[in-house]
Design a protein around this ligand. Structure first.
Ligand SMILES: Nc1ncnc2c1ncn2[C@@H]1O[C@H](COP(=O)(O)OP(=O)(O)OP(=O)(O)O)[C@@H](O)[C@H]1O
Ligand SMILES: [Mg+2]
Length: 394
């Protein structure tokens, strides 16, 4: 075994790790949903940055496709979050599925005419959502195109699920990542239209499965848009990997590639990473590249650790820090003075701020995924060791 062999680790975003740790329960539950197309199953996948949400979603997609489901997938971003953009994006995803189905061999044989009609209708819709069209309601009031979104989605879901079944597929999965950016705003329904349309077709046994994924504010956004959302979704809350799966996630990729770890090294890496999936990949990758022998020993670890921390500072933490404005940095430093989490009251008194001044900043930092609230009155960093990084910088 030589270090020239490519590293088996996958530090990055959404990169499938060679050993998927601690997700057997989630995958088993999803498999159960796939076997029950009319069962009205929906999932919310949530967790802090880097815990492996996207990786799990990709596994969900693969499982769905191999069991005969169509999958619509998208990663949302801020520009998609306004009501018009949201409506447009959803409809265009449905157009994409209709196109795919309309060329499916099996469907061509049985219902090509129907497929063409559905596609035509959706394409027309897509054009109408392209500009902010304003029409008249039956009682003469003005309404924008987004207020019809729920009806249009309901009809489109039903028609597409029907096409899926006619083409020998089980149904379709809507799989949306980074979905915490979508919030209900005033009178322009976004989330509520999607939830209401999904619930309506599912009540008729129509095989649609909704998987929404994002940072924890997603849960709050859903709750605010429809009170029944709690009953619509099973929530898969992902966190750091638990023993013994955390250790396996480090040792298995190396073992499969022919290299072992000294037990002491495994324990130290677990202390450093706290089971945070992204860090396990990063540590594994650096130790792999920096070790020459067949066993990653304590001497290798001790020699490489400063380099790993340095790479972490430069690659991971610096880029996060660079995006933060000076006012927000002061707040983050106040948290770091307490370690990796701090009482909100302590930040207020350290910075001499009123609660009403501090809360908007904390909300902004939460939305951008840098901090979260593990319990009432407390804020904590989402990434392990961010506090110690900030203290080192200061
Ligand atoms: N179950 C797992 N076992 C081992 N490694 C994992 C696991 N899940 C994810 N990883 C690794 O963790 C890193 C982050 O994964 P991923 O991008 O899916 O996280 P995420 O939660 O989607 O993050 P973000 O919120 O930033 O989008 C990747 O390097 C991936 O290979
Ligand atoms: Mg992700």
């Amino acid at each position: 075994m030589t270090a020239a062999l490519a590293s088996p680790y996958r530090p990055g975003m959404g990169l499938d790790p060679p050993y998927l740790g601690d997700r057997a329960g989630q995958l088993r539950r999803f498999d159960g949903y796939l076997l029950d197309p009319g069962g009205a199953h929906n999932l919310v996948v949530t967790g802090l940055r880097g815990v492996g949400k996207t990786v799990l979603l990709n596994r969900y997609s693969a499982a769905a496709q191999t069991t005969g489901w169509e999958v619509i997938e998208r990663e949302f971003s801020e520009p998609d979050s306004g009501p018009e953009a949201f409506a447009q994006v959803l409809i265009s995803d449905l157009v994409g599925l209709a196109r795919r189905l309309s060329v499916a061999q099996r469907l061509k044989a049985v219902a090509s005419q129907l497929a063409a009609q559905v596609l035509d209708h959706l394409t027309t819709l897509s054009v109408s959502y392209g500009g902010i069209q304003v029409g008249l309601t039956p009682n003469g009031q003005l309404r924008s195109s987004v207020s019809r979104l729920e009806d249009d989605l309901r009809e489109a879901f039903a028609a597409l699920a029907d096409l899926c079944v006619r083409s020998g597929r089980r149904g379709f999965v809507l799989r949306y990542d980074e979905f915490h950016v979508i919030q209900e705003r005033g009178n322009s329904p976004t989330l509520s239209a999607l939830l209401a349309a999904t619930a309506a077709v599912q009540q008729r046994g129509i095989p649609v499965l909704l998987v929404l994924c994002g940072l924890p504010p997603l849960i709050e956004n859903l709750g605010r848009s429809k009170s029944y959302s709690e009953r619509m979704f099973r929530v898969e809350e992902l966190g750091n990997l638990e023993p013994p799966e955390d250790r396996r996630s480090l040792t298995e990729p190396a073992r499969l590639a022919g290299r072992a770890y000294d037990r002491e090294v495994v324990e130290r890496v677990m202390e450093d990473t706290a089971g945070y999936p992204f860090f396990i990949q990063l540590w594994g990758d650096s130790l792999w590249r920096g070790t020459a022998g067949n066993v990653v020993g304590v001497a290798d670890y001790s020699a490489l650790r400063p380099r790993i921390l340095d790479a972490l500072d430069r690659g991971f933490f610096d880029s996060r820090f660079a995006r933060i404005g000076p006012k927000d940095r002061r707040i983050l430093l106040a948290i770091a003075e307490h370690g990796e989490r701090s009482p909100v009251a302590a930040i207020r008194s350290a910075r001499g701020m009123a609660n009403s001044q501090l809360q908007p900043t904390l909300s902004r930092l939460t939305r951008s995924g840098l901090v979260y609230r593990p319990e009432r009155g407390v804020v904590a960093f989402t990434a392990p060791m961010f506090g110690s990084y900030l203290r080192r910088r200061a």
